[in-house]
Design a protein around this ligand. Sequence first.
Ligand code: PLP
Length: 401
Amino acid sequence: MADKIIYLDNNATTKVDEKVLEEMLPYFKEEYANPSSMYDFSKNSSRAIREARGKIKDLLNAANEKEIIFTSCGSESANTAIRGVLNYDKSKKHIITTKIEHPCVLNVYKMLEKQGYKVDYIGVNANGELNLDELSHAITDETALVSVMWANNETGVLNPIEEISQIIKSKNKETKFFVDAVQVAGKIPIDVQKAGIDMLGVSGHKFHAPKGIGALYINSKTMITPLIIGGHQERGKRAGTENTPYIVGIGKAAELAIDNLEYEMTEVKRLRDKLEKNILQNIYNARLNTGLANRVPNTTNIGFEYIEGELILLHLSDLGICASSGSACTSGSLEPSHVLRAMNVPFTSIHGSIRWSLSRFTTEDEIDYVIGELPKIIDEITSISPYQNELKALKEMRMVK
Ligand code: PLP
């Protein structure tokens, strides 16, 4: 294993901030009381949970902290919102979503289709931007729910959530709107009131809290049937003794996300842009898969034409550099991701697509190191590609430009 790690896979998960860990520790040790108990000993843990709820409320600009419930992850937040709202009111059977949602959303809709729901999957253009006309035309009186992710995890492309909410409400005021905001928390400002969102999910481990904690915003006008039934915790919307240390952790992470938002939108973006610009300038078979689409500040998805992404990742890994490819290993074959396929990324670059995702802990030295090493790696892999004629033609074309 390489002696240093350059972690550029922050859309997969992030490092826990030291300040988050510090804040959590007392709730494993001294403050272990069940927050729902009656005695004084539980007062500190119940207060800590109240404060954490307030911090998530601030991160999302919710009207009231009663609108926030804690879950175990982004997947649970999405499941609770989608299944919860449809189980509460079963009168309408039409749902609209997108082709590029995370599996924790898409697979719920696949299940609901089997239960008799009709689901429309809205497509995207070559840059990964949603077709809003298609979405608008799909809304009918029967539409119970629209669910659109705020930013895509593979490309970082942002969907115009406020505009989508206006389209929905202009067509059917009763339709509920769920937003998977897992990839935007801590990267861009979130304002659930301004954006007209009914339900929104986030996941702690994507913004420097530990894995195993998430949050869900449900506005006061939206009713759900809970997914987990039992005690009265989380105002009856999610049973189970509260995970005090992790709730404290996501609360602290939310506070730090607000404090670091400006840095994320300027400095993290500057480093992302530096990496992207250098790759595109210095590697002739590199292609920016999202074109000029509006993206979160930390992500770039670049295809390396006529070579395999997995091979690039293995070479990077030898140097301690962590990134992701656009493929998912399904049933032994390397299938390109559903997101890149929905964008019709050309076959020449879909298999060689790499997602680079930075965080506030990414340094300039790390980016410079990648910029220095990557061209050598790509050269080596390109030299053994079976597509030498195509690569030669591509090189001549790009050099002429
Ligand atoms: N939604 C998006 C856009 C994601 O990127 C992820 C995780 O990668 C999830 C949902 C699921 O979050 P979790 O891993 O916390 O269940």
